[in-house]
Write a protein that binds this ligand. Structure first.
Ligand SMILES: [Zn+2]
Ligand SMILES: [Zn+2]
Length: 170
């Protein structure tokens, strides 16, 4: 959706509430389609003393298997958007300034780009997720599997290698 903001730009103290949903279910991320539910934006665009500002929240639900145990996990993320809108810019471009040369704002493009750059790099069913047993594949959040996994202290194994090297020399 494209919003014409001319009446906001030319009228001091004007306010435009915005509320919009964007379907991003076909967006692929690391082999998954995590945005099954529409991404939403809700907020206001206002003009205060000729400063046009967008203040909004973008909310999306990220659905994908847990990175550690593989369980289907949905997590809600909220982004706070606070940007000044300008028809032109002097100097360098900035993350906090949104250029709308023709006084039109493409909400689809804004929602899409803000969401894509904020997607989580780590997606866990819980911060304490224990993952799966690398021997039998059991989800360790559901209890111990009983596999006898011998853990070798890395410091001891380094020592063992050192001792082996020495004995080879003799
Ligand atoms: Zn997990
Ligand atoms: Zn096991």
């Amino acid at each position: 959706m494209i919003i014409d903001l001319k009446h906001i730009f030319v009228n001091d103290n004007s306010v435009l509430p915005i509320e919009y949903k964007l379907d991003m279910s076909s967006f692929e991320f690391m082999g998954q389609y995590p945005l099954k539910k529409p991404v939403t934006i809700k907020g206001i665009i206002s003009n205060k003393a000729s400063l046009v500002r967008l203040e909004a929240s973008i909310v999306y639900t990220f659905e994908a298997p847990c990175d550690r145990c593989g369980k289907d996990t949905a997590r809600k993320h909220t982004l706070t958007i606070d940007k000044s809108l300008a028809v032109s810019i002097e100097g360098e471009e900035s993350d906090t300034i949104l250029i709308t040369p023709d006084m039109k704002l493409d909400l689809d493009e804004l929602l899409y780009s803000e969401t894509v750059v904020s997607l989580p790099m780590k997606h866990l069913c819980s911060e304490e997720c224990k993952g799966i047993c690398f021997k039998c594949g059991k989800n360790l959040n559901e209890g111990e599997c009983g596999c006898c996994v011998k853990e070798i202290d890395p410091r001891l194994s380094a020592l063992a290698e050192l001792l082996n090297d020495n004995s080879d020399d003799n």
